[in-house]
Design a protein around this ligand. Structure first.
Ligand SMILES: *Cc1c(COP(=O)(O)O)cnc(C)c1O
Length: 229
């Protein structure tokens, strides 16, 4: 299957999931996860009209950024981010999906202030409380949000969630349901420095269920490019 054919299939599945859940296709944005992919492969998805790209490593972003320097691209940092590397990408990213601790908030705020900009971030929540995954526990999120008041150069735009891998994605539907419910709870509080706009959840294995449960950013790699090497 070519990348272009894969994108068509993913697009159809997104449309079908939207139809099943009475949502507009325009409510859901597909982020192509381009980690480990070559510039040539990424150019191919850009030709197909996908401009949102997700990367998880700072070094890889640095390597690719200049070769792909096109104004229409939106860069998403979706991986765990070490504080000492924030400075390298602060001006490159459109959205940081993986804010998971206060020390990172502090560093993002500091670097954003230096760059004279406000950066958009999502709080990563570890709903299933998997040891192997990053993200805040649900019960810690309220204190965390309270602490973010001190950091005016970061703008919280929503949540990012990764579900555990399961052969049967139906088994992890509850993760997306809980994420959506937390998302709505935070939104209802109308906290002035928080604008709950994005719920980033769903990958190749589970994006259709995530959409049915309310995701509006889905992050798909394997489904577009095939298995990563
Ligand atoms: C790699 C990755 C994805 C994409 O995973 P696929 O299963 O290849 O679609 C999505 N989100 C994050 C955070 C990732 O690291």
């Amino acid at each position: 299957m070519s990348i272009k054919e894969n994108i068509k299939i993913i697009e159809q599945k997104i449309q079908d999931a939207c139809d099943r859940s009475n949502r507009n296709r325009s409510d859901v944005k597909l982020i192509a996860v381009t980690k480990t992919q070559s510039i040539e492969s990424i150019e191919e998805i850009i030709d197909s009209g996908l401009y949102d790209i997700g990367e998880n490593k700072v070094q890889e972003i640095m390597d690719k950024y200049d070769s792909l320097n096109r104004e229409e691209l939106n860069w998403h940092m979706i991986g765990h981010l070490q504080s000492n590397k924030v400075k390298y990408i602060i001006d490159k990213m459109n959205l940081f999906h993986s804010l998971d601790r206060l020390s990172l908030a502090k560093e993002l705020n500091k670097r954003a202030r230096k760059s004279d900009r406000v950066v958009d971030v999502l709080i990563q929540v570890n709903i299933a409380e998997e040891e192997s995954k990053f993200g805040m526990k649900k019960q810690d999120i309220w204190n965390f949000i309270e602490s973010l008041k001190k950091y005016p150069f970061i703008a919280v735009k929503g949540l990012m969630v990764m579900a555990p891998f399961d052969e049967e994605p139906e088994n992890i539907r509850y993760v997306f349901k809980e994420a959506k419910s937390l998302f709505e709870d935070i939104k209802k509080k109308e906290i002035p420095y928080i604008d709950m706009k994005y719920l980033s959840m769903g990958m190749t294995n589970d994006f259709e269920i995530a959409i049915e449960e309310g995701a509006n950013l889905v992050r798909v790699g394997t489904g577009i490019f095939g298995k990563r090497k």
